[in-house]
Ligand binder design. Structure first.
Ligand code: UDP
Ligand code: MN
Length: 353
């Protein structure tokens, strides 16, 4: 069965291995990633909502094309009760069954923008883990804070452990008649939880605290780069980061012109060296990998009361154009103004491929 709570999946590791043996042409590998994302089944209430969804999807397609990942976009509810952030779990399970060749399923919320098109997921780092989310262990266990991890972007291994985790995880969700009780249980544990009902992020925090022995070993909390990055702390810095990278590209282009024959093959390496010399790994200098507009709802136009819709809109334009510049530059064009989405001009130099 493809549904949670009915007939749990058993022996998926064995079944998957058998399938792979019978389908050698799929050549499974530890590196194989399927990006899964999606949105609501209906027309967006916000007049610019569907336009934003399209741009947010294009951004993910661009990243996958560059890195050779497959992508699946879903806009139906696989479980009628699993709405909003709960919609992803039946979908993740179905994706695992539909794509046994994929080692990792990478869920990316529709409202998350991939803002470093060059960054590669460091999968080697996660070889002993089955779930990766952005977060901090000390904040989780000491402060029990709702923001100690984020469930909007996650890497989950295609295996039985993940099936078991999601079965347990979604047992706190809306398909369970008890879910109101779970909302209260989460709230009493996680003091800064704002949403009154049971949510998936709180449910994961709850499991990591209450059932630590069962789950924590296989969960990796990433904080070395922005597997999820909260947009409010990011968008104001994007212009400066963009200029920094542009300067490097311009310098490398000048060197290319000067030493055309001798160095033709080394621009990529040279660019990397220049970036290292200038401290490009530092925060606020390096591109954030993911900029997540959590709290802004592109489709409904609703937003957290801490900021205006205009702040959400401008932030999204900036992040989307910042990411698009990394794509367009290979085609020889650039958005000179991150807030002006329709204006592009020819790149003032050759992109150092
Ligand atoms: N989503 C979906 N189908 C739906 C509603 C939501 O696939 O019917 C997905 C969508 O990708 C969205 C995610 O669920 O980004 C989580 O919701 P949201 O981003 O609004 O939560 P937030 O990050 O603001 O907490
Ligand atoms: Mn989100």
């Amino acid at each position: 069965s493809y549904a949670f709570g009915e007939e749990p999946m058993k022996d998926w590791d064995l079944k998957r291995r058998e399938w792979l043996k019978l389908h050698p042409s799929f050549a499974a590998s530890e590196e194989k990633v399927l990006l899964v994302t999606g949105s609501q089944p209906n027309v967006c209430k916000n007049p610019v909502g569907d336009h934003l969804q399209l741009r947010l999807f294009k951004n993910k397609v661009d990243y996958c094309r560059i890195h050779g990942h497959e992508i699946f976009y879903n806009n139906v509810l696989l479980n009628q009760k699993g709405t909003g952030f709960w919609a992803k779990y039946p979908l993740l399970r179905a994706s695992m069954l539909a794509h046994p060749e994929a080692e990792w399923i990478w869920w990316v919320d529709s409202d998350a923008v991939l803002t470093d098109m060059e960054f590669k997921l460091p999968l080697e780092r996660y070889k002993d883990h089955n779930l990766v989310v952005h977060g901090w262990w000390n904040m989780l266990y000491e402060e029990k804070s709702w923001t100690s991890l984020n469930a909007g972007v996650l890497l989950i291994r295609n295996c039985q452990w993940s099936m078991d985790l999601m079965e347990r995880w979604t047992s706190m969700g809306p398909q369970n008649p008890d879910h109101e009780k779970w909302g209260k249980a989460q709230k009493s544990l996680i003091k800064d939880k704002a949403y009154p009902g049971s949510d998936d992020q709180s449910a994961l925090i709850y499991l990591l605290i209450k059932e630590k022995d069962r789950w924590a070993d296989r969960i990796y909390l990433e904080s070395e780069y922005n597997l999820h990055g909260y947009w409010l702390g990011i968008v104001d810095g994007l212009d400066k980061i963009s200029k920094g990278y542009m300067e490097i590209d311009r310098e490398v282009d000048l060197l290319r012109r000067r030493h055309a024959e001798k160095m033709s093959l080394f621009y990529g390496a040279m660019r990397e060296k220049h970036m290292k010399d200038r401290g490009f790994w530092k925060e606020n200098v390096r591109r954030p990998f993911v900029t997540h507009f959590t709290g802004c709802e592109p489709c409904s136009g609703e937003h957290n009361s801490m900021y205006t819709w205009e702040a959400c809109w401008n932030g999204m334009q900036k992040a989307l154009n910042f990411a698009d510049n990394q794509v367009l530059s290979r085609f020889g064009f650039v958005h000179p103004d991150l807030l002006n989405s329709s204006l592009v001009s020819p790149l003032p130099f050759d992109f150092p491929a």
